[in-house]
Design a protein around this ligand. Sequence first.
Ligand SMILES: Nc1ncnc2c1ncn2[C@@H]1O[C@H](COP(=O)(O)OP(=O)(O)OP(=O)(O)O)[C@@H](O)[C@H]1O
Length: 260
Amino acid sequence: MNTTTIRVAGLRVRHRRTTALDGVDLEFPTGVHGLLGPNGAGKTSLIRVLATAAGPAEGRVEILGHDLADRAGRTEVRRRLGYLPQQFGHYPRFTVREFVSYMAWLKEVPADTAPWAVARALDRVGLTASADTPLKRLSGGMVRRAGIAQALVNDPAVLLLDEPTAGLDPEQRLDFRALLRSLAEEKTVLVSTHLVEDVAGACTTVTLLDAGRLALRDTPEGLARKGGDAPEELGGNALERGYTLALRDHRSASAAGGAR
Ligand SMILES: Nc1ncnc2c1ncn2[C@@H]1O[C@H](COP(=O)(O)OP(=O)(O)OP(=O)(O)O)[C@@H](O)[C@H]1O
């Protein structure tokens, strides 16, 4: 059943004097949800709050029925969460297996099932053959895959991935999209990306943020249809045109609202 697992109401996030999110309301059920938006739109700020890595200035966030304002709720959510930050600290001398095993231990994966959970996570990202290679000898794309493996190791109900395809080559990106599709039935996955192709290839919904506000919620097909109606001069494919048009519509609606 497609139940809502993430609920965000009136979310405001500030970094000193910058307002990164300005009153955002969102709900996500199980499925893979793409988070798009230009630089500084607030994607990372949203993901960090959902990951319990940062607190909001205002608003309410509920994940898997737990209110994140509540300390016990945050602890419970952390156990059932997988998070790939945009920049993640890894341990260059650790092998891939040691790194993912260490993350499994931090996430309190039971010791008797941990080796199996680590092997499964490595298999899902195609790193089994490199399990005993130190992280410092991996390419950037492989390190990112190790990051995705650590996010998956506790078989999380909610998976938050901040730019997971950055640094992946085209073949790895296709594999990654197939992995996302395979997770869509059982998990709630939120993926921030700059690549509209990621959204088309793997996501059930698209959420577009712009300057801290929600600009659009749609399906990838809906966004492509919007782009299909856009003038060809905009360039790009239908999805890219849909993205550009949605941003323009949102900005002119905001400007008209502000002028009133
Ligand atoms: N640590 C910080 N200190 C000050 N301002 C910040 C900080 N982190 C983010 N911001 C500001 O908050 C706003 C939202 O940033 P955020 O990183 O959430 O956007 P984003 O959509 O993830 O951007 P990008 O696509 O570039 O990663 C931006 O104006 C950014 O400059």
